[in-house]
Structure formats: structure tokens, C-alpha cells
Write a protein that binds this ligand. Structure first.
Ligand code: SF4
Ligand code: SF4
Length: 462
């Protein structure tokens, strides 16, 4: 007699789960970009993928805003755009069915990015980047594929950001990519020395540089900026030093390739000359400020707090008080650097690339959360990040401000009482745009709207 198999709810749900997994694997296999992945990776992806539908013209990713998902286009098309360094729209083309996007943050490019907009009603598979980070050991082949795709796209988007190269067709930019020499440069390293002849046109893929003449800062360069063109075109030595302010990735188009490009597209000579003239005129107007801007790290992040000094009464400190009330100590200040009619307020810059505090922290306790770098619970209060910040934005604060915390800190200072606290007595603190709260206390409290958080690029277009 055949045995009756009793199906417990647990075994039934396992069976259902397996069936669901199998259906998902079959569906994922039909996506060309995933078809070569091993079964184990498809199964993992299938478990975590969510189907999303976007209406025509819906924005899926926004340039310079953090993104937390990888997407795969299942149905419809999406359009990829970005702005070049002088704010013009540049189209990077359409992504058809079967392509992936959104992988940038997995490889460190949290903010460079592009905007992605649905071109019709679209169906996309959405997978959390946190899941991919967590499971990356099990997703070896997918990660390799994504990394190769990321490198290629980063170079393409950097070229598109360079204003005179944005005029080239996708194909022309792809041809240029083949000729680029890419290298990483350490903070403080000189990329060009005054008096030397440049070996090519340099483009900044990642990071920020300072231009200096006789040790005086005369310019700031960042992602999508180029340098070396003037000396190349005039066949003279460079007049300025260019030094990396953060760790940088630099792409160099060798001189021969640069001249060949100008031979094929002579109109680029005019475009480059015009850009250099605009940049020089702008810098001439800003030169008094440039040293201060660099010293205060105002361009290290994407945004900066500005206080309208004409509207803000000199003795008003409501914003600083609101910050103190919320956090126990002020993380932003009434002081700062005057720029035209506004004060660029002293506070953490949320350095988007190569933040010194992050590099100094041995516990990996400072991580991105949305648009801010946030101190995490695993901070041990060691204090290494405090002197690392060049802008004095980081402090150590007591973890527990109650009488118990005070007592513990007092006892810890008595050499005769050996005390090893269970939890650290101090933790690092800095402005994190009020992470975990619904608003920014300082901005919300100002009754006349004199304090705002603004995009750095609106203040400094070059
Ligand atoms: S605390 Fe960190 S992120 Fe903030 S300004 Fe200093 S180095 Fe930059
Ligand atoms: S104090 Fe905290 S955030 Fe700063 S370096 Fe030490 S562990 Fe990292």
C-alpha cells in the first residue's frame, strides 16, 4: 500500500517557495544580460527582485541624488541624461529592454550619476543594493559583470560632462574611450607641474583638484573638468600646478589623440578656447575668494548652508540654538565665509569623495545615509576622526548627558578606579542634516527663511 505523505503547512510552503523560485529563475533566464549567470545567483536574485511599474515620463533616478537600487528593464525604454559642467542637458541615449542601471553606488560613485526617466510605461526589476552588497560573495559573476559595466559607463558619463566633448556623438565618445589612459592619483599628488609640457588632455573622472600659480590657488577643478588643453594647443609649458585635493581618478587623452581629434573636429578648438576664456574670466572675478573656498572645503560636498546676512539680524541665534536643543551641542555655526550677499555657514561639508574623517575611522563608523555622512552606533569614541577633518567639523560628545553619564565620565578619570565602561563614554558628532528627524532643526526654526541648504554648483558654476 502506498504511503500517504502528510503535508504539513511547513512542507507545503517550502514546496510553494521552490515552485515560485523556479518560476522566477525561468523568467530571469530570459533576460539576455542575466542568461549566463549560474543557477545559484539567479535563485538569489529571484528571491530579492521586485517588479516595479513606472508611468511614461516618471523619474526613476535623479542626477546627484543617492540611489539604493539596481534596475533591469523588462518592458519599455528609459532615457539617460546628465548635465555637463556648464549646466547643459546631455543625452546619453536610451536603455532598451534587458539593460541594467543604478549600479554606481556599489562601486563608490554615490553622487556622480545620471537621471533616468521612463520613455513609455515601463516594467523594471528592482533589487536593493544593500542586498547585493550583503550577498556579493554569492553573486561573483553578476558583480564582475556590473563592475565592467560601471567602469565603461563612468568613462562615458565623464566624457559627456566635459562641455566640448558633449557635442560629440555617442560613437565618437566611445572611440575616444579606447584611447584614454586612466590612473588613480593620491591626495596631494601633483598631476601637472608649472613649467612642464603636459603629455595630454587630462579629464577628472572622480575627485577634486586645485590649480595654483606661485603657491596661490587660482582655480578649482572637479568631475567633468579638463586641464592641459591650453598648453597643448599653444605648444607651451604649463603655467600652473594642478594638485589633487582628494583622491582622484584622472583620464588622459594622449597629445597625439588630442590633436587628431581637433583635426577631425576643428570646431572643437573654438569651443575649448571659449570655455577656457569663460573659466578664466570667472576665476578672475572670484580669485579673492578662491583660497578661502578651498581652505574651508566649501566645494567638497554637493550642498552648503547659506545664511542671507541682509535679512538675518546680527544678534539672532535661533538656528544655532535649535541645533543645540536637538543634539545637545551645536553642529552648525553662525560664522562662515562671506560670498556675495550670503554667509557660507561653517558646518560639515558632507565631503562626497575622499572624506578624511571616513578614511581615518578604524571602525568604519561613518557611512552615507541619504545625502549625509552619518556617525553610526558602532562608533567607539576613539576620536581619530576629529583631527582628520580639515574643516574642524567633527567633535567628540558625551554619549550620555544624564547624571549617570556624568558620573561614569568622572569615575573614568580617576586613575585609582580601574573602570572599563561597557559602552563608550563619548561618540563622534557632526552635522548630518538631522538624520533620523523629519526636518533640519536650524532651517525649520528660522522665521524669515534666511537659512537655506543650496546646491554648491548653483553658487560656483566653474
Ligand atoms: S567631518 Fe568629514 S565629511 Fe564633514 S567636513 Fe570633515 S572630513 Fe568632510
Ligand atoms: S570617534 Fe567614532 S567615528 Fe570617529 S574615528 Fe573613532 S570610531 Fe570612527
Amino acid at each position: 500500500m502506498a504511503k500517504t505523505v502528510l503535508r504539513t503547512p511547513e512542507s507545503l510552503s517550502r514546496q510553494q517557495l521552490r515552485l515560485r523560485d523556479d518560476q522566477r529563475i525561468t523568467a530571469l533566464r530570459e533576460i539576455p544580460v542575466l542568461e549566463a549567470l549560474p543557477l545559484s545567483e539567479l535563485r538569489l536574485l529571484g528571491r530579492h527582485a521586485v517588479l516595479r511599474v513606472f508611468a511614461d515620463q516618471a523619474t526613476i533616478l535623479t542626477e546627484r541624488m543617492p540611489n539604493e537600487y539596481l534596475y533591469i528593464v523588462l518592458h519599455g525604454t528609459v532615457m539617460v541624461n546628465l548635465h555637463d559642467r556648464i549646466g547643459r542637458d546631455v543625452s546619453l541615449g536610451r536603455l532598451p529592454v534587458g539593460t541594467m542601471f543604478g549600479e554606481g553606488p556599489l562601486f563608490g560613485n554615490r553622487f556622480g550619476g545620471v537621471s533616468v526617466v521612463a520613455q513609455s510605461s515601463c516594467q523594471l526589476l528592482q533589487i536593493s543594493l544593500d542586498v547585493l552588497r550583503r550577498e556579493q560573495a554569492q553573486l561573483g559573476q553578476l558583480m564582475t559583470q556590473l563592475r565592467a559595466m560601471y567602469r565603461q559607463r563612468l568613462v562615458q558619463s565623464t566624457l559627456a560632462r566635459v562641455p566640448f566633448l558633449a557635442q560629440l556623438s555617442d560613437q565618437e565618445r566611445s572611440d575616444l574611450i579606447e584611447q584614454l589612459i586612466v590612473r588613480d592619483v593620491q591626495r596631494g599628488e601633483y598631476i601637472v607641474r608649472a613649467g612642464n609640457r603636459p603629455n595630454g588632455l587630462h579629464l577628472i573622472e572622480l575627485g577634486q583638484c586645485a590649480v595654483a600659480r606661485d603657491d596661490q590657488v587660482v582655480g578649482h577643478l572637479e568631475e567633468g573638468d579638463f586641464f592641459g588643453a591650453l598648453a597643448l594647443m599653444s605648444e607651451t609649458p604649463a603655467t600652473d600646478d594642478v594638485r589633487a585635493v582628494t583622491p582622484c581618478t584622472i583620464m588622459t587623452l594622449p597629445s597625439l589623440s588630442f590633436f587628431e581629434l581637433l583635426r577631425q573636429r576643428p570646431e572643437l578648438t573654438t569651443a575649448i578656447t571659449q570655455l577656457l576664456t569663460e573659466r578664466r574670466d570667472y576665476i578672475e572675478r572670484q580669485k579673492e575668494e578662491l583660497g578661502g573656498i578651498l581652505q574651508k572645503g566649501i566645494r567638497r560636498g554637493d550642498t552648503v548652508f547659506v545664511r542671507d546676512v541682509n535679512r538675518c539680524p546680527a544678534d539672532c541665534r535661533l538656528c544655532v540654538q535649535a541645533c543645540t536643543t536637538r543634539h545637545g551641542a551645536a553642529r552648525m555655526h553662525h560664522t562662515g565665509m562671506l560670498h556675495e550677499q550670503v554667509m557660507l555657514v561653517d558646518a560639515c561639508r558632507q565631503c562626497r569623495h575622499g572624506a578624511e574623517c571616513v578614511e581615518a575611522c578604524p571602525s568604519n563608523a561613518i557611512t552615507w545615509q541619504g545625502t549625509a555622512l552619518v556617525i553610526q552606533e558602532n562608533c567607539t569614541g576613539c576620536g581619530d576622526c576629529v583631527p582628520a577633518c580639515p574643516y574642524e567639523a567633527m567633535t567628540l560628545e558625551p554619549r550620555d548627558r544624564s547624571w549617570r553619564g556624568q558620573l561614569q565620565r568622572g569615575l573614568a578619570q580617576m586613575p585609582l578606579i580601574p573602570l572599563t565602561p561597557q559602552t563608550p563614554l563619548y561618540q563622534a558628532a557632526k552635522c548630518d542634516f538631522c538624520a533620523g528627524h523629519d526636518d533640519m532643526a536650524c532651517v525649520s526654526v528660522c522665521p524669515i527663511g534666511a537659512l537655506r541648504l543650496v546646491a554648491v554648483e548653483t553658487l560656483f558654476p566653474y
